[in-house]
Design a protein around this ligand. Structure first.
Ligand code: ZN
Length: 169
């Protein structure tokens, strides 16, 4: 596994529509393993393939909703689609590709995705709260959309300072 470079805003790869995976082989597996290393090192909650320069529809989301004695788990979503969503949450959102920034974004509270795993098997998964927010954020990356396009407004430097560290995806 290797840590990959996370692209930041201004890189054209972040504004491209990504292509689906048709083959579920070693190249995809290596990418997902590297994305995991990269996400852990960056201390984020989600990462999309285009953020490491790969214009393919694969994302990684950390499931942070679990019992206290359980560890965070990594959700690998290949060719994901949102098939249902409900409710609403308005909160701050950040992105590893826009370091040091933060915006106020309204997202659904509950989101169900249909995706394939690294071997091509289809599955469905329902995320709530931060996980639902991450699904929306990462899937936007696959269509070249960054969260400021969805934000009601961005936080000012003063607000950022008061707010402190934010989850980035
Ligand atoms: Zn992001």
């Amino acid at each position: 596994m290797a840590i990959r470079n996370i692209l930041t805003v201004g890189e054209p790869a972040l504004n491209k529509v990504c292509r689906p995976y048709m083959e579920f082989g070693p190249r995809l597996h290596e990418l997902l393993d590297d994305m995991r290393e990269t996400l852990i090192q960056a201390d984020g909650v989600g990462l999309a393939a285009p953020q490491v320069g790969v214009l393919r529809r694969a994302v990684l989301v950390i499931e942070t909703n679990h019992a206290e004695d359980e560890e965070d788990s990594f959700l690998e979503l290949v060719n994901p689609e949102i098939i249902a969503s409900s409710g609403e949450q308005t909160d701050t959102e950040g992105c590893l590709s826009l370091p040091g920034e933060c915006g106020i974004v309204t997202r659904p509270m509950v989101v169900t995705v249909r995706a394939q795993d690294r071997d091509g098997n289809f599955f469905e998964y329902t995320g709530e709260g931060l996980t639902a927010r991450c699904f929306c954020h990462e899937l936007d990356h696959l269509d070249g959309v960054l969260y400021p396009q969805r934000a009601e407004r961005m936080l000012s430097p003063e607000e950022l300072e008061a707010y402190g560290e934010e989850d980035e995806a």
